[in-house]
Write a protein that binds this ligand. Sequence first.
Ligand code: CS2
Ligand code: MN
Length: 357
Amino acid sequence: MKMTFRWYGKNDKISLEYISQIPNIDGVVTSLIDVAVGEAWSLEELIQLKKNINSYNLNFDVVESVNVHEDIKMGLASRDKYIVNYKKTLKNLSQIGVQTVCYNFMPIFDWTRTNLSREMDDKSTSLSFDNEELKNLSAKDLVEKLRNNSNDIEIPGWERGRLDELENVFKQYEDIDEEKLWGNLEYFLKEIIPYAQNHNIKMAIHPDDPPFSIFGLPRIITNERALQRVLDIYPSISNGLTLCTGSLGPNKDNDLPSMIRKFGSANKIHFAHIRNIKRESDKSFYETSHLSSDGSLDLYEIVLAYKDINFQGHARADHGRMIWGEKGMPGYGLYDRALGVAYINGLYEAVVKIDKV
Ligand code: CS2
Ligand code: MN
């Protein structure tokens, strides 16, 4: 398992130097954050970015994310031009040696929470999702609420331009049900996967977060059956998964260690996101520290499953809380994610060594 850390490029307050000081960090995962969704990423900028990352002795093997333009998700005629751009980006990424590209297929909203700074008993703050609260909010209310709640930081996946068009986009989704969305994903994969394979890039779809419909929008990448369906659309080494425990975890029926064993032993997990959440009532949850006893997921069992399949891919500690007075990008501060890495390192060392006793 190669341990990585998500870094938001020059907009990130966390420096590459700090990241390089976290024990066992192999590299960062990042993206060209300022390029609008749907535009091709330039080779020159990628070369610069890689140089900068490498100068801190960090690798740049994984991109998170090359986002998919809404027109592709909606299946509009204009999708073909965005697919052409997507391929250009993949080609340029392959030229700088990127191996894995994480992406998602969530309509309109990327990861969604109702509170970006819920205060815990110990005064740390955390991201949370309250399904009852969501029922009383319109999509627009939620966008406003989160914008006022994000320390003035533009949250990736929630970029202004795209969300300002909200009503319009919602209207366009009115006649897109789950099966239509599957069809649009199929169209995208049949174009992209063979191209990625020719360029030695592994695509890794990120599950929907949370793994159920919100605001009546279809969400399809939610469980084991769905992940298998993605893989069956175009079987290829380049058609794989980002197994995100925190995104799949709010649904208690998702047995994560068993999914890791199943998809991992078939060589389909290209990127592992490891974090914990605490389930509250049905469909409500909050993000906890990574520690098993703090949340609903057993991180020991999860890491053990990765050891059992001899996982050689990239992993990262996913979101963290805000602790020690840090004011950072929601979910993406330094301290708690670094604690997460240290904890995963410890679990990994233990499960490997105990095996040899
Ligand atoms: C989230 C997402 O769970 C997560 O990792 O922070 O933003 C995720 O990075 C994207 O949806 C992947 O495309
Ligand atoms: Mn994730």
